[in-house]
Design a protein. Structure first.
Lengths: 355, 414
């Protein structure tokens, strides 16, 4: 082969090899098919009612029909603009009546009830549900999502796949599965054995409403002057004794808060934190591992753990006027606990029997 | 000479492994977001400092955005830090003050030392709250951002917080698209991996926050540095305060649209970073302080990221030199392979990091631009090497640092 030709071929092949990966680059640079800024929802605030609010807007077109059915008591079926079938019920405390076979027990239509609704057991709803009155659900039901303008009560062993919002109270019987967001403007009450992910209400109660007998704070003037606000760093394990403790604390080991302690700062432990019975923490409680809160404690919060939180009977976290957050990948809450605000278990949350 | 080359190769291998470790952690490891779920709390009072020097093009956007965020209005005070502006910045700020009485307290600075750190230092006289959030004027915070950036401060160990910066003007030209990829790699992978692994997330000086008591403990803002954010990161670390990175606390920014502006920006960052390396490097590694062993190692590596550019250039020169002098490190082709492989793998690791970031962001076609990053890296390596040499010259001649403001490209809307 001619050496000049060989060199030329080599140069050409090398250039081609260099240019080949640039072809899709040049094409994309020219077309700008993916040149928009990363989508950051500027109005996103992590609002738990986001889906409920969207759904309320979605069914706005059914408002006149709901009003009319509520007056007449009749039932109307139709199709939404996006092709979703719906049934508007003019029921008043009667058993649910829908235009599908009762044997199927699977309602694949959006249901909008103009008044109170009673749902039979062993029923599945694969579309969202709107209830203008109260909802009384039977046992072993499966709901996709529910928006209720008053109280919602689910029977034992029911499941909610996406979200629930109650303008009144929300009550789930024992062993329910609440996979998505659950919020109420009144209270949320969960039976034991319920599993949850994200709950938010001014009052979240597990089992029977607790009769709270919490420790009372000491007069803040009894704290040593100058203590408040200062941060203490401690290497190794640490114990907060009974009585007032007026500082913020970071423990690079295990933290043990003894029964009767009153902690006025924020506290954090690198390892497990154990709070004994009858402790008051005015600030936040943070653990880089597990957090165990004993019975009859009062935590003003937030309470955060990077692994697991266990909250014992009779404890209250937050106040109705000062909502707070309890958050960890895994959370177990015993019967008789009250949380005011958000309870967010990213992986697994469960209401358990009295501890 | 050969031992120097060995050392450089070893250093680059360490950075390569670090890149891979971070990327694999982001793709397959446990992701730490301990504070992002705090959505209900007795929110603390905050002061939002908005650093502004001749920002007439952008200042109205950020002030408007801050007035609509979801945070108790009585607990949030916005302090625009108007640093010796000669354009309409002051007039625009004053108009907002009138429009939102009691919610904005301007700090008009007409003299004094130049630079953002010096301006923030002076503005501290207006700060009364424990939590301070900082934004540059070209950022546009979303409705939930102030709450998200305040939430980590419920942890008494947290001294600073950093959110994610997202370029807004991505589609402007090739440079902005490359910067978008670099930012994605830096935040989506690098910063979050450091957070996951309890290493040293870096304070970026904007979309960020600092605890006032922590700032007081470390001696306040350092106005003798070109990058007050890096300086702050290390001083907090040495005093036992943690920096938190919140990947989901995203905020739009404007990236440079011309190579000249980009070159100046990265040179300033490099100089400031190298300054921090000289000031804190040895103390961080060997001193008696509160940082953990993994923080010491990662912190030291982080301090070295900009000096690695001239070191890499030196490595290439040495590689050629030893080849032509016949001082082969091993023999024949193996030697050549080992000399070239480190560079290839080193680069590939960074590419891998950026590709992973693009995937994590759910983007698709922009990954096609990856080969063009060679261009961006080349410019960065040259600019950073130039900065290092200039810094060396400044140190010898005793010249003072000069703070160059990054030019804005947004159209004036106010």
């Amino acid at each position: 082969m001619n050496p000049y030709l060989g060199t030329a071929v080599l140069v050409l092949v090398t250039s081609a090899l260099f240019v080949v990966p640039l072809i899709p680059s040049l094409w994309e640079l020219h077309r700008k098919s993916d040149a928009a800024a990363l989508s950051v929802v500027q109005q996103h605030t992590g609002e738990i009612r986001y889906f409920a609010d969207s759904f309320r807007g979605y069914i706005q077109s059914l408002a006149p029909l709901l009003k009319e059915c509520g007056r007449s008591g009749r039932m109307v079926a139709g199709t939404m603009m996006d092709g979703t079938d719906y049934v508007v019920l003019g029921c008043r405390g009667e058993a649910l009546r829908l235009p599908v076979s009762s044997k199927e027990q699977d309602f694949q239509v959006l249901i909008a009830a103009s008044g109170d609704l009673v749902v039979p057991p062993n029923t599945a709803f694969s579309k969202d549900m709107y209830v203008r009155g109260r909802l009384l659900g039977g046992t072993d039901n499966t709901y996709r999502a529910i928006l209720g303008e008053r109280d919602l009560r689910l029977g034992d062993r029911s499941s909610v796949l996406r979200w629930v919002h109650a303008v009144g109270d929300f009550h789930a019987g024992t062993d329910c599965r609440l996979y998505g967001r659950v919020s109420a403007e009144g209270a949320i009450r969960l039976g034991t054995g319920c599993r949850f992910s994200r709950l938010h209400a001014p009052s979240i109660e597990i089992g029977q409403a607790p009769r709270l007998d919490h420790p009372s704070p000491v007069d803040s003037q009894s704290l040593a002057a100058g203590d408040e606000g200062a941060r203490v760093l401690h290497d190794g394990n640490f114990e907060i004794p009974p009585g007032p403790f007026g500082r913020s604390l970071v423990v690079r080991g295990r933290l043990h808060i003894r029964s009767g302690a009153r902690v006025y700062g924020n506290v954090k432990s690198w390892k497990d934190a154990v709070v004994e019975a009858g402790v008051w923490v005015k600030g936040s409680l943070v653990s880089a591992r597990n957090l165990v809160i004993g019975p009859n404690c009062r935590i003003d919060g937030p309470a955060i753990a990077e692994r697991q939180i266990f909250i014992s009977t009779g404890t209250q976290v937050g106040e109705a006027e000062h909502l707070t957050t309890v958050s960890a990948p895994k959370i177990e809450v015993a019967e008789g606990v009250r949380i005011c605000g958000s309870l967010w278990a990213r992986e697994h949350g469960q209401a358990v029997a009295k501890s | 000479m050969i031992y120097l080359l060995y050392s450089i190769v070893a250093l680059i291998c360490i950075y390569t492994l670090r890149h891979y470790w971070f990327t694999l952690n982001r793709l397959f490891g446990f992701q730490r977001h301990p504070y992002i779920d705090i959505d209900a709390a007795d929110w603390p009072p905050v002061t939002v400092l908005v650093a502004a020097h001749n920002e007439e093009k952008v200042i109205a956007n950020i002030l408007s955005a801050l007035m609509t965020v979801k945070y108790p209005a009585h607990k949030m005070l916005v302090v625009p830090v108007n640093d010796r502006s000669t354009d309409r910045t002051r007039a625009i700020i004053d108009e907002f003050v009138k429009q939102f009485p009691g919610r904005i307290r301007p700090f008009h600075r007409t003299g004094g030392k130049g630079g953002k750190a010096a301006a923030l230092k002076d503005a501290m006289e207006l700060v009364e709250t424990e939590i301070i959030l900082i934004f540059d004027a070209d950022y546009i915070p979303g409705a939930g951002l102030i709450r998200q950036l305040s939430a980590p401060f419920f942890d008494p160990e947290v001294g600073g917080v950093m959110g994610r910066v997202v370029p807004l003007n991505v589609g402007a030209n090739l440079l902005t698209r490359l910067l978008d990829l670099e930012r994605a790699g830096g935040y989506q992978v690098d910063q979050q991996a450091r957070m996951n692994l309890r290493l040293v997330p870096q304070h970026g000086g904007t979309v960020a926050g600092v605890r006032r008591s922590a700032l007081r403990e470390i001696g306040g803002w350092n106005d003798n540095t070109l990058t007050e954010d890096t300086d702050l990161t290390y001083r907090l670390l040495l005093c036992g305060w943690k920096m938190v990175y919140q990947n989901r606390s995203e905020c739009y920014e404007e990236v440079p649209e011309t190579w000249q502006v980009r070159r100046k920006q990265i040179m300033r960052w490099a100089k400031g970073h190298n300054q921090a390396m000289v000031t804190y490097g040895l103390r961080l590694l060997f001193g008696r302080h509160r940082a953990t062993l993994r923080e010491r190692i990662d912190g030291a590596l982080l301090l070295g990221v900009y000096i690695m550019a001239p070191v890499t250039v030196l490595g290439w020169i040495l590689a050629l030199a030893v080849f032509y002098q016949g001082i082969a490190p091993l023999h024949g082709i193996v030697a050549l392979l080992s000399l070239t492989a480190y560079a290839a793998i080193g680069n590939l690791a960074a590419f891998f990091e950026i590709a992973a970031a693009v995937k994590l962001d759910g983007n698709r076609q922009r990954i096609c631009l990856l080969p063009f990053l060679v261009l961006g890296f080349t410019v960065s390596i040259l600019a950073v090497s130039h900065a290092a040499l200039a810094q060396l010259k400044d140190a010898v001649t005793g010249a003072e640092f000069r703070w160059d403001k990054t030019e804005r490209f947004r159209k004036v809307t106010w």
